[in-house]
Design a protein around this ligand. Structure first.
Ligand code: HEM
Ligand code: HEM
Length: 423
């Protein structure tokens, strides 16, 4: 039987105590509570009871207590609560706080990916504080989880897998930010961090639905809001201390960019790592036969690789990969504004890859976008996007479409696309 353990008999020793779970203090006056008997009497004397008044509960789930009579399903008056009562409001608080923090961490992580500019730093600060707050809640959550694991319910393995993924993601984030471990085999710590977080999402949704927590009004009590404030303050202090420690000890993390990325191979194209967003493999493209399609409302033009070499526009700018590295290179090719004449009737630019991958930009971005055929004075290699790739200054790497095959101007709004590519 779950949640039942031998307890001192009513009226004897510590058994006379009741504990208010909202305050964690013993109640001074003896009151009678009503609960529904949820499981079979143990030793004829102990019951697990649910449906307690708000704010009351017991370690082990439900309430164990001595009653003279009753059976499973009976409603009965419950005159005594044992000393093992713990703050069940604590579990609810912990779980609800985790729900908020996980959502904050997930949203701010993606926001930081979406913006490659300094504004994204704010998102990452909130993100890191959220992550540290999750870390701070782990001791409480482990009490809740241990209690849950004692009940053999279906889905416990899903909960355990969720726990492993969340811990892996936290660890990946910390290893990346400190620089203690930046690569794990072929993967960066950042890729593991984000990969584990994405894998955790379906399990987290299942967990929250299967292990429902009914929010109660007193969850938003002043005391609880103060607790939340204290948690955020402690997490903020933990994050600040970790950043300070990284700088003082000279760990590699001290040198990362505001996006959290590490510099690799700037102005040394041969050292620049190769990376792709998700599933794109390097295609085999014969530059001789490759054509760039330029599509506008007035028709389609095609340019050869040789024709692109009539241009020599250059930009020195940073490719900041969401995999966690950045590299500054000199990119040469042609500015999009030179490929298109009058584009006053267009609202956006769709840049599509040979692989089907595409990104759409606002038409106002045109003067800043370059179609690069070279990097560091050398023709762009296939793994870096050759024959031609897009250079999109101040945007994260996934906007720098590789193996460009067409550029289309149309009237669709630039936000008419999934915020992140799906391939
Ligand atoms: C960091 C994210 C979380 C992890 C790693 C985690 C992990 C676990 C584990 C391992 C258990 C024990 C096994 C089980 O009962 O299935 C558990 C129980 C539970 N979790 Fe979570 N959980 C997380 C977040 C949440 C959230 C957001 C909620 C609800 C809002 C929640 C509600 C519960 C409940 C109600 C239980 C059962 C406790 C009991 O039976 O006494 N958990 N959790
Ligand atoms: C389970 C959800 C997540 C948790 C708990 C989490 C937690 C963390 C933690 C603890 C750090 C280290 C912070 C530091 O020490 O500076 C971190 C860093 C980071 N996370 Fe997450 N994260 C989650 C999901 C994501 C997602 C989905 C993304 C992106 C889509 C992301 C992007 C980042 C980035 C870019 C950093 C590096 C920040 C820096 O180095 O300054 N995270 N995360």
């Amino acid at each position: 039987m779950v949640g039942c353990r031998p307890l001192p008999p009513p009226g004897g020793g510590a058994g006379g105590q009741r504990w208010n779970l909202a305050t964690g203090k013993a109640a001074s006056a003896l009151r009678t509570f009503t609960g529904r008997v949820d499981s079979i009497p143990h030793n004829g004397r102990f019951f697990a009871v649910r449906e307690l008044p708000p704010g009351w509960g017991v370690m082990g789930g439900g309430v164990s207590g001595a009653v003279a009579a009753g059976g499973s399903g009976d409603r009965l008056s419950f005159p005594w609560l044992g000393p093992r009562i713990i703050d069940s409001a604590m579990s609810r608080r912990t779980n609800l706080a985790l729900l908020v923090l996980l959502s904050v961490a997930f949203t701010t992580g993606w926001l930081a990916f979406a913006y490659g500019t300094m504004a994204g730093r704010w998102s990452l600060i909130v993100h890191a504080v959220g992550g540290f707050a999750i870390l701070a809640l782990l001791p409480w959550k482990s009490i809740v989880a241990r209690r849950g694991l004692r009940r053999s319910r279906p889905g416990r393995w899903a909960s355990i897998t969720l726990a492993l993924l969340v811990v892996a993601s936290l660890l990946g984030g910390l290893l990346h930010s400190t620089g203690l471990l930046r690569w794990w085999g072929a993967y960066t710590a950042m890729e593991l961090h984000v990969g584990a977080a994405i894998a955790a999402v379906p399990l987290a949704i299942w967990h929250v639905v299967a292990r429902q927590v009914r929010p109660r009004r007193f969850d938003l009590s002043r005391r609880n809001l103060l607790r939340g404030g204290a948690l955020v303050a402690a997490a903020g202090a933990g994050y600040a201390a970790s950043e300070l420690a990284v700088r003082m000890t000279g760990l590699p993390g001290a040198g990362r960019r505001f996006t959290g990325s590490y510099e690799i191979g700037s102005l040394h194209p041969e050292l620049m790592p190769v990376s792709s967003w998700l599933f794109d493999a390097v295609p085999v493209i014969d530059a001789e036969h490759w054509r760039l399609r330029l599509v506008t409302s007035s028709g389609t033009r095609e340019l050869t690789y040789a024709a692109l070499h009539d241009f020599d526009d250059r930009l020195q700018c940073v490719l900041d990969c969401t995999g966690g590295f950045w590299s500054e290179q000199v990119w040469s090719g042609v500015l999009l504004s030179r490929l298109f004449g009058d584009h006053s009737n267009a609202s956006s630019i769709r840049v599509a890859s040979h692989t089907g991958y595409d990104r759409r930009f606002a038409i106002d971005d045109m003067p800043r976008l370059l179609l690069a055929t070279g990097m560091g004075g050398q023709p762009l290699s296939a793994d870096h996007g050759g024959p031609a790739r897009l250079v999109a200054p101040d945007r994260r790497g996934f906007w720098w479409v590789k193996w460009v095959s067409s550029i289309e101007l149309d009237t669709l709004p630039h936000w008419w696309q999934s915020p992140f590519p799906l391939q």
